[in-house]
Design a protein around this ligand. Structure first.
Ligand SMILES: N[C@@H](CCC(=O)N[C@@H](CS)C(=O)NCC(=O)O)C(=O)O
Length: 239
């Protein structure tokens, strides 16, 4: 039976971390919103589900329903052959994915620091401050950490964990894509300091499955409804 991915229509969002894993593994899956956008909200509100998820993405695999992006990848990783079967390395992979999730939240909050219930224009003053801190402090701190863990990987800096591709490599690819879209100036300047991160991004981009997916109409382009949004006033070369 095909995996079913429930995520909002019209954006990559957190659903993209799941799509990349499913696409990489050439898994049989249905991106539910693509054919029936209303089905996502209906599923989230379904009163018969005994383990309802707080917010999408959600995956249904027969009787199994999993929410929270990192938990979803924890579930899918072994099934898709995208994580080590060494418990210690699998836990490390999960830890890295949780850190990806932290960065995703902070990138979102750089344009909506007060709350999602308010328009960007109504929190622009705060967004300018928050984005300044994000570009100058948080982005380099996260990127430095990814660069460090690549360099410290005992198997070499080709992949984040061990000597083979795992789902967090796909996630780091997606982070770089998002940061470059939202903060082109800051990213261009900062990424020169993190050559292993850039090399990993390029290595993932060149994987035939990912290349085909990115060029397909299954990949929604990043846009201003997404988590990573480009507001020119929030971007500049870091101090
Ligand atoms: N920590 C969750 C966050 C899920 C989340 O915030 N989903 C967003 C879309 S990307 C949403 O629909 N949020 C609705 C809400 O928080 O009320 C994850 O990583 O999956």
């Amino acid at each position: 039976m095909a995996y079913e991915l429930f995520y909002w229509d019209g954006l990559q969002g957190r659903g993209e971390f799941i799509r990349l894993a499913l696409e990489m593994a050439q898994a049989d899956y249905r991106d539910v919103s693509r054919s029936d956008a209303a089905a996502v909200q209906a599923f989230i509100n379904d009163p018969t589900v005994t383990t309802p998820t707080f917010a999408p993405p959600v995956l249904r695999d027969g009787d199994v329903i999993v929410g929270q992006t990192a938990a979803l990848l924890l579930y899918l990783g072994p099934r898709l052959g995208l994580v080590s079967d060494d418990e210690r390395l699998a836990l490390w992979t999960h830890q890295i994915q949780l850190t990806v999730a932290d960065l995703v939240s902070e990138a979102h909050d750089s344009h909506h620091p007060i709350g999602v219930g308010h328009y960007y224009e109504d929190q622009k003053t705060e967004a300018l401050l928050r984005a300044d801190e994000f570009r100058n402090q948080r982005m380099p701190k996260f990127l430095r950490w990814f660069e460090t863990i690549l360099k410290r990987n005992p198997s070499g800096p080709q992949w984040l964990v061990g000597d083979t591709l795992s789902y967090v490599d796909l996630s780091l690819f997606q982070l770089v894509e998002g940061l470059r879209y939202a903060f082109p100036n800051a990213s261009a300047a900062l990424l020169t300091d993190y050559p292993n991160v850039v090399a990993l991004h390029d290595r993932v981009a060149a994987l035939p499955q990912i290349k085909a997916y990115v060029q397909s109409d299954r990949r929604t382009p990043l846009n201003q409804h997404d988590i990573f949004r480009h507001y020119p006033e929030l971007d500049s070369t870091p101090n």
